[in-house]
Design a protein around this ligand. Structure first.
Ligand code: GRF
Length: 219
């Protein structure tokens, strides 16, 4: 059984999609902890409702980023996670933390990286006038929204889109690609070579993994 720890800050829809996918597919993956840096994150309720252990590590109670990350790392290590999943965890992580969990830390970012790093990615996409947008699952390095890419999903941008409408279109695809990318990584189907992800085509358990997903309107 592979052990996952999930870090959240808010809504938790990716956490919900992950828990549902693990159950639906019967993957040998256990979410051993959900940790939020915000005490009122709605995602905590999602985890509790599914019987997952939750913890709060309130960043406002720490003197600085380094102290918070050290406490977080310590808490995580007690769970011996095979992978730490960032699911809407809205904090920058120190280089020390990223190094400690090197190749054991994964994130989903709501853009087609390397385009539109940082916040408000959907508005960035609209402002740039791009015709396609999407989301990216990647291993986390010390550099913001950077690191070897496991999977991407592409959605169309329509002329009358608002940031909210576009965000909803992307989020639906996030919920599809994040769980399968995580399962593929944990099953050994994916490996890292020269800072890039190689798909070996088979792993210890089936994942229906596709490294590039198209929104149905583009297929
Ligand atoms: C998602 O859009 C994710 O890509 C970004 O933060 C958002 C989290 O949403 N990193 P949720 O908390 O999973 O609903």
């Amino acid at each position: 059984m592979k052990r996952l720890a999930v870090l959240i800050s808010g809504r938790g829809s990716n956490l919900d999609a992950l828990l549902s996918a693990i159950q639906r597919h019967g993957w040998p993956i256990a979410v051993v902890a959900v940790i939020s840096n915000r005490p009122n994150a709605p995602g905590l309720e999602i985890a509790r409702a599914k019987g997952i252990a939750t913890e709060v590590l309130d960043h406002t109670q720490f003197q600085n980023r380094k102290a918070f990350d050290a406490a977080l790392a310590q808490k995580l290590e007690t769970q011996s996670p095979d992978l730490v999943v960032l699911a809407g965890f809205m904090r920058l992580l120190t280089a020390e933390f990223c190094a400690r969990f090197r190749n054991r830390l994964v994130n989903i970012h709501p853009s087609l990286l390397p385009a539109f790093k940082g916040l408000e990615t959907h508005q960035q996409a609209l402002d740039a006038g791009v015709r396609v947008h999407g989301c990216t699952v990647h291993l986390v390095t010390a550099e913001l929204d950077h690191g070897p890419i496991l999977a991407q999903a592409i959605v169309p941008v329509h002329p009358d889109d608002t940031a909210e409408v576009l965000a909803a279109r992307v989020l639906k695809m996030e919920h599809e690609i994040y769980p399968t990318a995580i399962a593929a990584w944990l099953s050994g189907q994916l490996m890292i070579q020269d800072d890039r992800i190689i798909n070996r085509g088979e792993g210890a358990f089936p994942t229906e993994f596709r490294s590039c997903r198209l929104h149905p309107d583009l297929a």
